[in-house]
Design a protein around this ligand. Sequence first.
Ligand code: NDP
Ligand code: MG
Length: 420
Amino acid sequence: MFAIHPAKPMPPTPSDPSRGVSRFPFTEHSATDPQARPLRVAVLGSTGSIGTSTLDVIESSAGRFQAWLLAAHRSVESLVAQAKRLKPAWVVVVDEQAAAQLGPGSLPPGTRLAVGADALEVLVQDPAADRIVSAIVGAAGLRSTWAAVEAGKTVALANKETLVMAGPLVMRLAARTGATILPVDSEHSAIHQALCSGRPEEVQRIVLTASGGPFRTRAAESFADITPAEALRHPTWSMGPKITVDSATMMNKALELIEARWLFGVPADKLTVMVHPQSIVHSLVEFIDGSVIAQLSPPDMRLPIQYALTYPTRTTGPARRLDFSQTMTLEFEPPDASRFPAVRLGHEAAARGGTAGAVLNAANEEAVAGFLAERLRFTDIADACAKVLDEHPFEAEPTLEEIRRLDAWARLEVTKWSVA
Ligand code: NDP
Ligand code: MG
């Protein structure tokens, strides 16, 4: 059973009698209703990679969207610069010490300051917030995303960790409150779009594409020597540091398998991964008749962000476009399991469900932090995750509290690994 039912394609518009030809699909039209007020968007993690791309989409939206709230952890300077430009109703600084740097008069008139994670939770539930962009990195994003879903909001979800940690609980909560969760992750956005081509029971397989990261062709024997600087150089995407390392280990694809499992309510054995170095085909859906529907665009997160904000309509926007006057090569290959053991962990956690996703995610976050701080080797990341996943006290139907407890346990286990 698929939990999300994307809108079916619109039937052709009736012929325009004045012209005697069908206007569908070639008539230029704007999905923007000139009478509509701007939709108020809360951007959680506005100073990050997804956050700044979201602001770009908002500023290019010709007034369709308005930044209502901007939130970050401690990047106060960027937050103030963003507030001056976009004049939101609220700025939230989660870290109290960082917030103390904000003197009176730092924010533009009409923009109020709130401090701390509790304040953020309250504000995302405010009736004034029309859309929530969940773009805080890591497990820290779960609280505010949960609050938004609890309030029945439309959530543009970049924070995949929310579904990796607590997918079944979050999707059940959304079903109860009427919240809509729309993917921002480019693969899941592509899948969401491709699923419009058939019915849930007609889906044979979902293929998530992966760039393969910077080490796709590097000799496996030298993986232990990979440095943080090397891992942070992604060939096709420009992203925050944590997800860039996740792409290098392909743990990002492991997390995305789990994200897809819960977001689309699809059994784990219908999910597969293909490496596609050009990052143009963002994912594919194979239907039972053998048709494969893909979504293509240059690697530019502004497109999936905009799709999640404008769905079920489409508008023009700032994202880069494919150039069909140039030769284009698209390659696909299965991932190399010996170089990228993380992918197997993703399949395993997606199939097991329960606490497996939360434990894998927490172990990975801690291991990536250890690698970036040069306490762990690149290859330790997947090894530590596999060990913690194997040894954790699995629970099939955990509560949010149990998930939080195991998250803390898994982090501690990885810390021990780094000092061993
Ligand atoms: P970045 O590291 O670039 O940005 C993270 C943002 O989260 C910053 O605004 C940061 O604030 C904020 N933040 C971090 N910790 C907290 C906290 N405890 N409370 C409040 N805010 C916090 O990350 P990305 O933009 O790359 O990624 C964001 C999310 O989107 C991740 O879950 C990632 O997996 C997902 N994603 C990202 C993609 C990308 O292209 N970047 C693609 C697909 C998914 P501050 O600046 O103050 O530290
Ligand atoms: Mg992705």
